[in-house]
Design a protein around this ligand. Structure first.
Ligand code: KG4
Ligand code: ZN
Length: 378
């Protein structure tokens, strides 16, 4: 089976081709699943995963301009599709999965309309995909098949547009436990980077500069850890960004420009964010007695977040093992820890294609009726 994935929810034009081969149920990672539709085991082969980034275009604004992004998607989609499908006969595609939300509405329509054109031309069915669910399913692309039940799981989806803690009871069954009340964590990285005069997107550059602090020694700057001790599972990151702004303004121009100050600030922004994310995720994992913690979204590509999460879990005597290059799984009988490889944390269409596979029963010939929903909830 070949599934084409399309995502144009934000500023990346993404098209991927996923080949799925069925495995025997004996080796099925889904063998314990109560739902027959998830019982068939599969091996996923990412044939192509093309991401055309608009970062350079939006960098000068320090954020994404929806109508500029929409125009770029329209311009880029045919070439990105061609590149993603160059190795195969497009008539061999079985299904198209496309992100319908959440995201920027004018951008989402570009992907959906493109999927509809393909459906018409090649007589295909379309599966509408939720972008947040796709960030979670990025983990299943390379998860080594084993007879282990992962559910219930706590999913932390943390990106430029979302910061959500989700209880995943089984495939396709979710409950949002908490989310950000204002800025997403990635958005906070992006805005803080802009205040400090750093490039867009902020997450990767903040992470890089934070590494240059000598041996991770504590910095003299102390930023707040918003809502860290509150009993709920919500987040708030706009106060953190404001604290960065106030500190920056209170410094002389000489200090503001110094490498030492910028690096210390980056390390503290990163640590404040990590402290809140880890504390709330572990609290949710404990409160709901889950079997797994699953990360997803652009911020999950952060090295320090990955490291500190696994350190925290290991310190509870969870042996680590890395069964594949693609995903790191820390496991014991109590808790699995899944985080996608870094390139599958940030926006891509392979994650959309794999989600479409798990929702293949929802494929519709009635694709003319598919609409986008910028505020779609999982
Ligand atoms: O998932 P994604 O590509 O798009 C959305 O769905 O929003 O996430 C993009 C976000 C940006 O805010 C970016 O600054 C952040 O992810 N990001 C990172 C890292 N790489 C990307 N944040 C922290 N550390 C990183 N290494
Ligand atoms: Zn995303």
């Amino acid at each position: 089976m070949k599934i084409l994935g399309i995502d144009t929810s934000c500023d990346d034009t993404c098209v991927a081709l996923l080949e799925i081969r069925n495995l025997t149920t004996a080796h099925s990672q889904w063998a314990g699943s109560p739902s027959p539709k998830f019982r068939a085991a599969a091996k996923f082969d990412i044939k192509s995963n093309v991401v055309s980034s608009q970062v350079k275009l939006h960098a000068k604004y320090g954020g994404v301009y929806p109508f500029l992004a929409k125009r770029e998607h329209q311009k880029n989609l045919p070439a990105v599709f061609k590149k993603a499908t160059k190795e195969i006969d497009v008539f061999k595609i079985d299904l198209v999965g496309v992100t319908i939300g959440p995201g920027l509405e004018p951008c989402l329509w570009q992907g959906v309309n493109f999927a509809k054109e393909l459906a018409k031309k090649f007589t295909l069915q379309i599966i509408p995909v939720n972008h947040v669910e796709a960030h979670i399913y990025a983990n299943f692309l390379n998860y080594v098949p084993r007879q282990r039940n992962l559910f219930p799981a706590i999913c932390l989806v943390v990106s430029g547009g979302h910061t959500q803690l989700i209880l995943m009871k089984n495939h396709g069954q979710y409950k949002i436990l908490g989310e950000t009340r204002d800025d997403a964590a990635g958005e906070c990285f992006d805005k803080a980077a802009r205040i400090l005069g750093l490039s867009y997107p902020g997450g990767p550059i903040i992470s890089k500069l934070a590494k240059k602090i000598n041996n991770g020694s504590p910095t003299s700057i102390i930023l707040p850890r918003p809502m860290i001790y509150q009993k709920n599972y919500d987040f708030s990151f706009s106060g953190l960004k404001t604290a960065v702004l106030y500190d920056f303004r209170s410094r002389s121009s000489k200090i503001r420009k110094s490498k030492e100050y910028i690096r210390s600030m980056c390390a503290e922004i990163q640590q404040a964010t990590i402290d809140v994310l880890i504390k709330k995720t572990l609290k949710a994992a404990k409160d709901f007695k889950v079997k797994s913690i699953i990360l997803g979204g652009g911020v999950a590509a952060n090295d320090e977040l990955r490291k500190q999460f696994s350190r925290k879990l290991k310190s509870k005597k969870i042996p680590s093992s890395s069964p594949s290059l693609w995903s790191s799984v820390i496991e014991n009988c109590k808790l699995n820890f899944l985080v996608p490889p870094k390139n599958l944390c940030t926006d891509n269409a392979a994650m959309v294609a794999v989600t479409a596979y798990f929702r293949r029963e929802e494929a519709t010939k009635n694709w003319q009726k598919i609409k986008v929903n910028a505020n779609l909830k999982i």
